[in-house]
Design a protein around this ligand. Structure first.
Ligand code: ADP
Length: 267
């Protein structure tokens, strides 16, 4: 069992990833696909006249300000636009892809953060109307039922809060949770960089391997959104996944290359 998270940043083409995935799935490999929708959310928000806003936590992490209107836009972008695009790419390659968001079947259940601390103009403020959260539980039975029936689940945020609200969950971390819940041996996180770079953005500074004991220093190396990927890798490894590969989606055969260990391997 493999879980593959596909990034949505510039340069990532679904076609190439699907060209590589389809023959594996048709040959019988059990694969669950996860994606995010950050870039599509930004584009849609701009088009709707609601430019995206980001907040910074006191510890320096940046995240999307997800008010009631933004969670609607986020949902439209992730499971309306991106999910259906990916499902169609797979269907056109004879893969029986089934798109689901974390809301469907309560697939990704978690807590909504009711109070978020953010730094604004040097002062810490508390935001109480945000729809952000983390995945605590995965409906693995539903995924197994689909896989047993020969379907390939294609999963997308948002998640579902305990109060049945949609919540903005990080797709990398949701993929890690999913891999743990399914007992996957490998989690592949594809994005528009070759993996964790020692000196970002110098692509020849790839860190080929991170041992479990080195995860703390790896988290320090990563900035911005790469931090979440290293955190997701840690959660996957701690949850029993044998190997996580952070790899490049912009190349031919990105999945096969990642499985060969080309990228940053965390084991
Ligand atoms: P996706 O949308 O594909 O999930 P993200 O954009 O969230 O990917 O995360 C990947 C980004 O992380 C890279 O495009 C890069 O800008 C950033 N990044 C920051 N620090 C590093 C680093 N040390 N190594 C690699 N990428 C990094």
């Amino acid at each position: 069992m493999i879980v593959i998270k596909i990034g949505g940043a510039a340069g990532v083409g679904f076609e190439r990833v699907c060209d590589d995935l389809a023959p594996r799935i048709i040959a019988g490999e059990r694969i669950v696909v996860v994606h995010g929708g950050s870039d599509e959310t930004n584009r849609l928000a701009e088009r709707l006249g609601r430019p995206p806003r980001f907040i910074t936590s006191p510890s320096g992490h940046t995240s999307r300000r997800t008010d009631a209107e933004t969670i609607e836009i986020f949902q439209m972008a992730c499971c309306g636009a991106v999910n259906k695009r990916l499902v169609r790419e797979l269907l056109s390659r004879n893969v029986n892809a089934v798109g689901l968001s974390g809301v469907d079947g309560a697939l990704w259940r978690g807590r909504r953060k009711h109070a978020i601390r953010a730094v604004e103009d040097g002062a810490v403020t508390v935001i109480r109307d945000d729809y952000t959260g983390t995945v605590d539980r995965v409906n693995a039975d539903l995924l197994r039922t689909l896989l047993d029936a020969g379907a390939t689940p294609v999963l997308s945020p948002p998640g579902l809060s305990e109060e049945h609200e949609p919540i903005n969950v990080d797709a990398d971390r949701a993929a890690a949770r999913t891999a743990c819940a399914l007992g996957a041996h490998t989690l592949i996180i594809l994005s528009n960089v070759p993996g964790l770079l020692r000196a970002f953005p110098n692509e020849s500074s790839l860190v080929p391997e991170v041992a479990r004991a080195e995860l703390d220093s790896a988290e320090e190396l990563a900035q911005g959104r790469m931090k979440k990927k290293v955190l997701a890798a840690r959660e996957a490894i701690e949850g029993g996944v044998a190997r996580v590969v952070l790899a490049d989606a912009r190349v031919d055969n990105p999945v096969s290359r990642a499985l060969e260990g080309r990228g940053t391997v965390i084991a």
